[in-house]
Design a protein around this ligand. Structure first.
Ligand code: CAA
Length: 381
C-alpha cells in the first residue's frame, strides 16, 4: 500500500500539530487533573474544521478524506487523548451517520451546527445490560402520533453531558429483536431526557462520560434517523468508521508516550551515561517504535480502504485492536523508561498510561475486535 501522504494530507497534519502543540498540550495536564471539559479548545477545533472533517463543505465540513482524519487525530491524541475522543465521537459517531442517513432538513438542523463547533453530539448505544452485546437494546420508543415516547437508560455516553444532541438507539418494535432497533436524535433539554450521573474515571478525565435516563421523553418523529428498524445497521456501520478514529487516537497516545520516553532516555544518566545507551532501554524503545509504525500502517490502510469505498470493517477492527494493544504496551514501557519519575505526575507519561486503557475497551473491546476479525475470516462457518 502507498503510504506517502499527499500535500493536502501533510498540510492537515501540520495544522493539527501546530494547534495541538500551541493550544492543547499546554492545558492537557490541568484539564486531566481538574476533570474539566475543554469547551474553548473544542470550539477552536470546530473553527479549524476538525469537528466535521469528512463532511462536505456544503454542510460546513472540511470535505477531507479518512486518511486526513487519521493524521489529524494522531496529532491531537499525541497532545491530549481527551480532546481526541471528543473529536472522534463528534466526527465518526455523530456527524457521519447524520450526514449519511439524515434527510436534508435533518442535515441543516442537526448536522451543520455540530460541524462548526457551535454544538457537539454524542452516540448513546450502551445500556447497563447491553455492552458488547449491543444488539440487546431495551430502551423503548413507542410511537404516539407524530412523536415517540421514550423510556430507558443509557450508560457510558462519551461527551454525554456536554452534547446538544444524542443518537439514541431504541427498540421501536420489540418483537423484531435487533431488527426492531431504530435511531432517534434526542436533543438536550427535551423534557424527560435526564443526565443523572457523570462518571469519575481512571483516564480521559477531561472528556465527560454520562448516564442518560429517559422518562416518558417525547421525541418528534422528525428526529428519527433513517427508517424504523435500521438502527443496528447504523450503529454497526458507524462503529466501523469509529474504530478507525479510536485506532488513530490509540496510535497518538502511544506515539506521544514514546516521544517522551526517547527525550528522557537522551537526558537521564545512570552508570555514567545517558540511559538510552543501555541496551535494555534501547530494546524497549525499538519495540515501541516498531509497534507504533505497524499500528500507523494498519490505521492508514483502514482509512485508505474507506476512502477507496472498499469494505473496511475488518481492517478497522484490526487497526483498532493492534493500535490499542500497542498504546497500552508503549505507555507501560514509557513509564518503565522513566523509572520512578514515570510514576509521578510531573513527567506526564502516567496520564498517557491511564488514557491508553480505555482504547482496549470502548467502541468494542479487544475481544470483540477479535470476534469481528475471526467472523470475517471464517464467514458463515
Ligand atoms: N455494518 C452493518 N451492519 C452490520 C455490521 C456492520 N459492520 N455488523 C453487523 N451488522 C448487522 C448484521 O448484518 C445483523 O443484521 P441482520 O440480522 O439484519 O443481518 C446485525 O447487525 C446484528 O449483527 P450480528 O448478528 O452479527 O450480531 P451479534 O450480536 O452476533 O454481534 C457484535 C454483533 C459484533 C458483537 C456487535 O454487537 C458489536 O460490535 N459489539 C460491540 C459494541 C460496541 O462496539 N459498542 C461501542 C459503544 S459506543 C462507544 O464506545 C463510543 C465511545 O464511547 C467512544
Amino acid at each position: 500500500m502507498h503510504v506517502e501522504l499527499t500535500e493536502e494530507q501533510e498540510m492537515i497534519r501540520a495544522m493539527a500539530r501546530e494547534f495541538a502543540d500551541k493550544e492543547v498540550r499546554p492545558i492537557a495536564a490541568e484539564i486531566d487533573r481538574d476533570a474539566r471539559f475543554p469547551r474553548e479548545t473544542v470550539r477552536r477545533m470546530g473553527a479549524l474544521g476538525l469537528l466535521g472533517m469528512t463532511i462536505p463543505p456544503a454542510y460546513g465540513g472540511s470535505g477531507a478524506d479518512a486518511v486526513s482524519y487519521v493524521v489529524a487525530m494522531e496529532e491531537i491524541a499525541k497532545a491530549c487523548a481527551s480532546h481526541a475522543v471528543i473529536l472522534s465521537v463528534n466526527n465518526s459517531l455523530y456527524c457521519e451517520p447524520v450526514y449519511k442517513y439524515g434527510s436534508e432538513e435533518q442535515r441543516q438542523r442537526l448536522l451543520v451546527p455540530f460541524v462548526t463547533g457551535e454544538k457537539i453530539g454524542c452516540f448513546a448505544l450502551t445500556e447497563p445490560q447491553a455492552g458488547s452485546d449491543a444488539t440487546n437494546q431495551t430502551t423503548l420508543a413507542v410511537r404516539a402520533g407524530d412523536h415517540y415516547v421514550v423510556n430507558g437508560r443509557k450508560v457510558f455516553v462519551t461527551s454525554g453531558r456536554e452534547s446538544s444532541a444524542a443518537l439514541v438507539f431504541c427498540q421501536t418494535d420489540r418483537g423484531q429483536g435487533h431488527g426492531g432497533i431504530s435511531v432517534l436524535i434526542i436533543e438536550s433539554g427535551t423534557p424527560g431526557f435526564l443526565v443523572p450521573k457523570v462518571e469519575e474515571k481512571l483516564g480521559l478525565r477531561a472528556s465527560d462520560t454520562a448516564e442518560f435516563l429517559f422518562e416518558d421523553c417525547r421525541v418528534p418523529v422528525a428526529n428519527r434517523l433513517g427508517d424504523e428498524g435500521l438502527g443496528i445497521k447504523i450503529a454497526m456501520s458507524s462503529l466501523d468508521s469509529g474504530r478507525i478514529g479510536i485506532a488513530a487516537q490509540a496510535l497518538g497516545i502511544a506515539a506521544g508516550a514514546y516521544e517522551l520516553a526517547v527525550a528522557y532516555a537522551r537526558e537521564r544518566r545512570s552508570f555514567g551515561v545517558p540511559i538510552g545507551q543501555h541496551q535494555m532501554v534501547q530494546w524497549m524503545l525499538a519495540d515501541m517504535a516498531t509497534a507504533i509504525d505497524a499500528a500507523r500502517l494498519l490505521t492508514l490502510r483502514a482509512a485508505a480502504l474507506k476512502d477507496a469505498k472498499k469494505p473496511f470493517g475488518t481492517a478497522a477492527a484490526m487497526a483498532k485492536l493492534f493500535a490499542s494493544e500497542t498504546a497500552m504496551k508503549a505507555t507501560t514501557d514509557a513509564i518503565q523508561v522513566h523509572g520512578g519519575y514515570g510514576y509521578i505526575k510531573d513527567f506526564q507519561v502516567e496520564r498517557y498510561f491511564r488514557d491508553a486503557k480505555i482504547t482496549q475497551i470502548y467502541e468494542g473491546t479487544s475481544q470483540i475486535q477479535k470476534l469481528v476479525i475471526a467472523r470475517s475470516l471464517l464467514g458463515g462457518a
